[in-house]
Ligand binder design. Sequence first.
Ligand code: SF4
Ligand code: MG
Length: 322
Amino acid sequence: MSLLQLENLSVTFGSFRAVDNISYKVEEGEVLGIVGESGSGKSVSSLSIMGLIDFPGKVSADQLTFDGQDLQAMPEKQRRKLTGSDIAMIFQDPMTSLNPCFTVGYQIIEALKTHQGGSKKELKSRAIELLTQVGIPAPESRLDNYPHQLSGGMSQRVMIAMSIACDPRLLIADEPTTALDVTIQAQIIDLLIELQRKKQMGLVLITHDLALVAEVAHRVIVMYAGQIVESGPASEVFSTPRHPYTQALLASLPESASGKARLEALPGVVPGQYDRPLGCLLSPRCPYATDHCRKVEPANQGDLDRQVKCHTPLDREGRPAA
Ligand code: SF4
Ligand code: MG
């Protein structure tokens, strides 16, 4: 049984499909990288797992299970409990996720209290232990700090401490380092991967950074305009991409001086609510598009282990199938 399994999950806002029939799974101890340009539905799909899509957004799925438990059928209260303990999420900007009005110690202890309980002294020592685990020096003195007294990197370490406070089995990190300096980014990723290995958590790492995914992820999902266009073992997807979009992303990699491709591999942008093309959503940008592509949406070929959504998936030489 997979830790997390999604089957045909969609998130709609009125007539707009922000996430369009995606299916994937995450195993225990696995790092899943989700890549795609902004507007590709990466964040929205994760928020839907956490039950954080507010009205008028609507989530539907043929299956949405965590460790075999049906998240959709679960009473609201039970689900909230689960998504604060067994499933945790880290957001892009720690400054907006930490409450500026309360000290770091207070916020960590509150998170611990909600899910575990214990005496005041126990909670405090657990908070110190957590700050130590995420590499914060002199953790005891940090407990009385307010968020504005911390650097961006320190705040993100505090967020990570809070997210692992309840020993989650699945951690979803949504562009956890985008708001940070480049040198700090690497440290935060190293920390996340170290914790993931130590605790054998499932980790969903949402990022723009293809090079990072190639380095740390076991499996990868490439999203475009709310759809999964390709997925599979990271080594396979990166060595022999089968979707033109993945191929273009990879081709853009060495050109980026910082090693952080911004995923502007193809001219144009991800279509929004009002300019979705007919047929394949990539067709206006795809170098291999045919008339058929502009009329008929391709089906997803393959299974959850290796998906590709294209009429003419690329062969081993990177050429479209005849
Ligand atoms: Fe390109 Fe056609 Fe494949 Fe879409 S279906 S990715 S337009 S070749
Ligand atoms: Mg996002």
